[in-house]
Design a protein around this ligand. Structure first.
Ligand code: AGP
Length: 612
């Protein structure tokens, strides 16, 4: 989604803003712009394309703009109006008094535009944002707070707005409803950004704007207000991330770096929440006493990769206790269905970013029904962290690549432990299962490490199959979520058609598509379902589809059924996805690399989806 960076202080604003935009490029965008508070008023530069192009434009701005001490910048992911320089942000009001950038969607922009046009105000862009810009200028009579209050009350939809007034060169104004915005003050300067990683080089003490909150940023500090204009006191949140963690280092792509960080994520998660072979999360979770004895229904709710992580959790939970009704739901559907809720239901909302609009809406719905809620997120201070009382933080560190990798691993390891903690509280987790799974989890960092060591083999396989017209990923039971995640990775970063199917479903339709141009990638761990899955593989082979198997080390007979076999270490049955996912991420990565795709910033995608 769009990215925002704002600065007001004693240094050159242009460099700080461009640097902040670069750090947020991974969010996904198609145009970029900056506005600087120069002596002769506010001057803008905008471009269709990358921030690197914007840097060149800014270099050619007048010296007085390069010396500016305040400014705002934006990377736009088009929603209303085409990808053009005119539609790129910042937008300026007709009277040049207001310049603003916006993330989100203003739903009543047509009505506002019609109203202002009737008052004689001309519009120059196709964007919804310009409605907010012109309206604010119309409302402004020298009192910024009053105008801001009038503006936010008139807008419907979702917005993070960052604003400069021509006659207030030492101030930036912000407003948030539905789209994230974080501010900070440090060393005589104030900052704002969409994403905290853009601010970490200045300070780790951050002020995350709450829903329906505004801020006034000045070099000496930030002040906060409700949408009614009343002052609000606000505590900063310390974000324990290192700015180096958000750095690509010597890696060609963030995604490749983040794949490699997975053994550390596993180790940290397991060490934090277990003692020897026991799960130990009670204190971190702090749920009401006896809750899990009362709850008969558990819902896991998320989007995209986070949803696939919850399917892994669902599988583990039902394999350990068949009396709990456990469902993994897609948040964008959950929020509009008449789902069960109330005191006998526990819902776990999972969002790497903590800002996904559908997941947030689903959590709000569940809370309104009196459902017990837990959130899992990777971002301390994110909206879901602040809105849901019981939050577990995954410990993946900042993830910059648009394709989720290490955060998936962080989520599934945390979810596996959460499932065991909940079943332990319920009295339905046997000590032997607990010790078996935790013992198995402790082996995972080494297993994933050994897969990373086989990257050469995976790369060769990826190069060999990169000309394939498409892929079917098939597997059974615990492998089904992994088929979905593998197919999503390939779609996202290689743009190749890829389907995920429960292996037994192939002959109910999809097998009709198979021929020598479609590759079937089947997951056949050495377990009770191996033979059944191999029968499905043979059915695909008989239709001339090239076959790759993901099999358990030592299963030498697997190669009798396939063109190629990728072996992964033997794990506890439930943990096959934990070990296998690194191999599939590397496969997708190298297919995409062979096809010369933009791996960290795939077309049309955004890292955090803050609109519906
Ligand atoms: C994963 O590779 C994708 N970028 C996407 O599916 C993502 O998992 C989804 O948008 C959910 O994001 P969240 O975890 O931040 O809520």
């Amino acid at each position: 989604m769009c990215g925002i960076m704002g600065y007001v202080g004693g240094d050159r604003a242009s460099g700080i803003i461009l640097n902040g935009l670069t750090k947020q490029e991974y969010r996904g965008y198609d145009s970029a712009g900056i506005a600087l508070c120069c002596k002769e008023g506010i001057k803008s530069a905008k471009i269709v394309g990358r921030v690197s192009g914007l840097v060149k434009l800014v270099e050619n701005m007048p010296q007085e703009c390069l010396e500016a001490r305040s400014g705002i910048g934006h990377t736009r992911w088009a929603t209303h109006g085409g990808v053009t320089v005119t539609n790129a942000h910042p937008h300026e009001s007709a009277d040049k008094m207001v310049t603003l950038v916006h993330n989100g969607i203003i739903e009543n922009s047509k009505e506002i535009k019609a109203d202002l046009k009737a008052k004689g105000i001309d519009f120059t862009t196709e964007t919804d944002t310009e409605a907010a810009c012109q309206l604010l200028a119309y409302l402004y009579d020298g009192d910024a707070l009053a105008a801001m209050t009038g503006l936010v009350r008139s807008l419907t939809g979702a917005f993070a707005l960052v604003i400069m007034f021509r006659d207030r060169p030492d101030e930036i104004w912000c407003a948030r409803k539905g789209s994230p915005l974080v501010t900070a003050n440090s060393g005589g300067a104030s900052y704002c950004a969409s994403d905290p990683t853009a601010l970490l080089e200045f300070t780790h003490d951050l002020f995350f704007l709450d829903e329906e909150e505004m801020a006034e940023l000045k070099p000496e500090g930030c002040r906060f207000f409700g949408f009614d204009g009343a002052r609000k006191e606000k505590e900063s949140i310390f974000l324990n991330w290192d700015s180096i963690m958000a750095d690509k280092g010597h890696y060609e792509h963030f995604m490749r770096k983040e794949i490699e960080e997975q053994p550390d994520v596993l180790r940290l998660t397991i060490d934090t929440h277990t003692v020897l072979t026991s799960v130990s999360m009670e204190r971190t979770l702090d749920l009401p006493d006896g809750l899990m004895r009362r709850v008969g229904h558990v819902q896991f709710v998320a989007c995209g990769t986070s949803h696939y992580a919850t399917l892994v959790a669902q599988n583990i939970m039902e394999s350990l206790d068949d009396e709990v009704d456990v469902r993994a739901e897609v948040a964008s559907e959950y929020r509009y269905r008449n789902v069960r809720g109330g005191d006998d239901t526990l819902a776990v909302f999972v969002s790497q970013s903590g800002e996904t609009a559908d997941t947030l809406a689903a959590a709000r719905l569940a809370r309104s029904k009196g459902t017990h809620c837990i959130a899992i997120t990777n971002v301390r201070g994110s909206t879901i962290d602040r809105e849901v009382k019981h939050t577990l933080l995954s410990m993946a560190g900042p993830e910059i690549g648009v394709a989720a990798t290490k955060t998936f691993t962080g989520q599934i390891s945390l979810l596996a432990l959460l499932v065991m903690q909940l079943l332990k509280d319920r009295g339905s987790l046997s000590a032997s299962d607990e010790a078996r799974i935790i013992g198995g989890m402790r082996m995972l960092p080494a297993h994933v490490h050994s897969i990373l060591e086989r990257e050469g083999e995976i790369r060769s396989l990826a190069e060999k199959y990169s000309a394939s017209k498409g892929f079917f990923f098939i597997g059974r039971r615990e492998c089904v979520p992994l088929t979905m995640e593998a197919a999503l990775k390939l779609k996202e970063i290689a743009y190749l058609p890829s389907e995920a199917y429960a292996a037994g479903e192939m002959k109910h339709g999809p097998i009709a598509m198979l021929d020598e141009n479609l590759t079937v990638f089947a997951f056949v761990p050495d377990n009770d379902l191996r033979e059944k899955t191999l029968s499905n593989v043979e059915e695909c082979r008989a239709r001339n589809a090239p076959i790759i198997l993901l099999a358990t080390e030592g299963d030498s007979k697997a190669k009798d059924h396939a063109n190629d076999v990728l072996y992964i270490p033997r794990t506890e049955r439930e943990l096959f996805p934990f070990a296998g996912v690194a191999a599939l991420q590397l496969f997708a990565y190298h297919v995409a690399r062979t096809l010369k795709r933009d791996i960290d910033m795939p077309r049309n995608l955004a890292k955090s989806v803050t609109v519906e």
